[in-house]
Write a protein that binds this ligand. Structure first.
Ligand SMILES: Cc1ncc(COP(=O)(O)O)c(C=O)c1O
Length: 344
C-alpha cells in the first residue's frame, strides 16, 4: 500500500542509519531505561540528545520526555496552576487540551485563530500569571498558527507562549527548525516549545525546548517527567541519529515540500505550508466510505471524525513524505480523487 497517513515526514523511521543507531543503543544500554529520569533512567545518550535538541532549537536547554503527549502534559501542569490563566486555541491537539484540564488553571478556549479573543482574554485576566497555548501546525487541518501576532500579544501582556511544534519540526522554518524559528522568535524569554520525536524524527518520545531556568523548573515539578519511566534507549539513539541527518541533509526537507506540492496539485487543493493536507467531506459516514475505498485500492489515508474534529467536518487527512515516488503519488492521488468524487 501507499501510506499517506503516517507522520514519518522525512521517511527516517526506516532509514538504515536511524535503525542502526537504535540497534546500537539497544546493545549498549538495553531495551528499557529501567527507571524514571531522576532515578536510573537518564543515560549519557539522553543527555546528548538533549544537548543536540537545544542546539538545533537555538536555546540553552532541552528536556526529553517519553512522548510528546507527556511533554505537553508536563509543561502545562508544571507551569499552570490556580494563579494562572491558560488561553488555548479551540483546535489544539488533545494532549494540550488535557494539559490545560490537568493544570488546575482557569482555561479560556479561544475560537481557532481568533487573535481578538486571545487579546480580550489577556486584557481582562485577573490571574497574576498567564500561558497562551497553541499548535504551530494544526494537526487535523494543517493550518499554521499566527505565532508572530500571538508572541507580540504575549510580550505586551506579560504572558508565556507555549508552542507545540510537533508537525513543524523537520518540516518548516529555516533548516526545518520549526515555525518559531521561521518567525525569528526562538530566543524569546516569552516562548517555550514542545516537540515530538515521533514524526519527522521517525522515532518515539517528546521534548521541551526553553531556557535553563524553565527546564530546571520542569525537572523539579513536571509530573510526567518525574513519575514516568524514561524514554527507552533505542528510541533515544534513533532520534539522535535522525536529528543529525536532518541537519546534514537539508535536501530531505525540500524533497518533502516537492512531494507535498505534487500531491496538492494532483488533488487540486492549495498546498499547505506544512505537510498535512485536509480534504473536508462533512459527513462521517462519507469520510469513512472514502477512506475504505482508498484502503481497498491500496492507499492508506487518515480518516478524522468526531471527536478528533467537530461534527460535520469529517475529513480525509493526507500527509506527504519525502520518500514517496512520483508513481506512488500518481496512483494514490487518482484513487483519492475517485473516492472523493465518485463515492460508492
Ligand atoms: C500536535 C501534536 N502534539 C502532540 C502529539 C503527541 O505526540 P506523541 O505522539 O509523541 O505523544 C501529537 C501526536 O501524536 C500531535 O499531533
Amino acid at each position: 500500500v501507499v501510506d499517506l497517513a503516517g507522520n514519518d515526514y522525512l521517511g527516517l523511521s526506516n532509514d538504515p542509519r536511524v535503525v542502526e543507531a537504535g540497534i546500537q543503543a539497544l546493545r549498549s544500554w538495553g531495551a528499557g531505561s529501567t527507571g524514571s529520569r531522576l532515578v536510573t533512567g537518564s543515560t549519557t545518550l539522553h543527555a546528548d540528545l538533549e544537548a543536540k535538541l537545544a542546539a538545533f532549537g537555538r536555546v540553552s536547554s532541552a528536556l526529553v520526555f517519553s512522548s510528546g503527549y507527556c511533554a505537553n502534559l508536563g509543561v502545562l501542569t508544571a507551569l499552570g496552576g490556580r494563579d494562572t490563566l491558560v488561553i488555548s486555541d479551540a483546535d489544539n491537539h488533545a494532549s494540550l487540551v488535557d494539559g490545560c484540564r490537568l493544570s488546575r488553571s482557569r482555561v479560556v478556549v479561544a475560537a481557532h485563530g481568533d487573535l481578538a479573543a486571545v487579546e480580550d482574554a489577556l486584557a481582562h485576566r485577573t490571574e497574576p500569571r498567564c500561558l497562551v497555548v497553541v499548535d504551530a501546525v494544526f494537526s487535523t487541518d494543517g493550518s499554521l498558527a499566527a505565532l508572530d501576532d500571538l508572541h507580540r500579544l504575549c510580550v505586551r501582556y506579560d504572558a508565556l507562549l507555549i508552542v507545540d511544534e510537533a508537525h513543524a519540526l523537520g518540516v518548516i522554518g529555516p533548516d526545518g527548525r520549526g515555525l518559531a524559528a521561521a518567525f525569528g522568535i526562538e530566543h524569546s524569554p516569552n516562548l517555550i516549545r514542545t516537540v515530538t520525536l515521533s514524526k519527522s524524527l521517525g522515532s518515539q518520545g517528546g521534548a521541551v525546548l526553553g531556557d535553563s531556568a524553565v527546564i530546571d523548573q520542569l525537572v523539579n515539578t513536571a509530573r510526567t517527567f518525574i513519575f514516568d519511566t524514561a524514554l527507552a534507549p533505542p528510541s533515544v539513539g534513533a532520534a539522535r541519529a535522525a536529528l543529525g541527518i536532518i541537519q546534514d541533509e537539508p535536501h530531505l526537507i525540500s524533497e518533502l515540500h516537492d512531494r507535498r506540492d505534487q500531491i496538492a496539485a494532483a488533488l487540486q487543493v492549495h498546498p499547505p505550508a506544512g505537510a498535512v493536507i485536509s480534504l473536508v467531506l462533512g459527513d462521517s459516514e462519507r469520510a469513512s466510505q472514502a477512506a475504505a475505498h482508498c484502503r481497498d485500492n491500496g492507499v492508506v489515508v487518515g480518516c478524522f471524525r468526531p471527536p478528533s474534529v467537530p461534527v460535520g467536518q469529517s475529513r480525509l487527512r493526507i500527509t506527504a513524505r519525502a520518500s514517496l515516488t512520483a508513481a506512488d503519488i500518481d496512483r494514490a492521488t487518482a484513487v483519492i480523487l475517485e473516492a472523493v468524487h465518485h463515492p460508492r
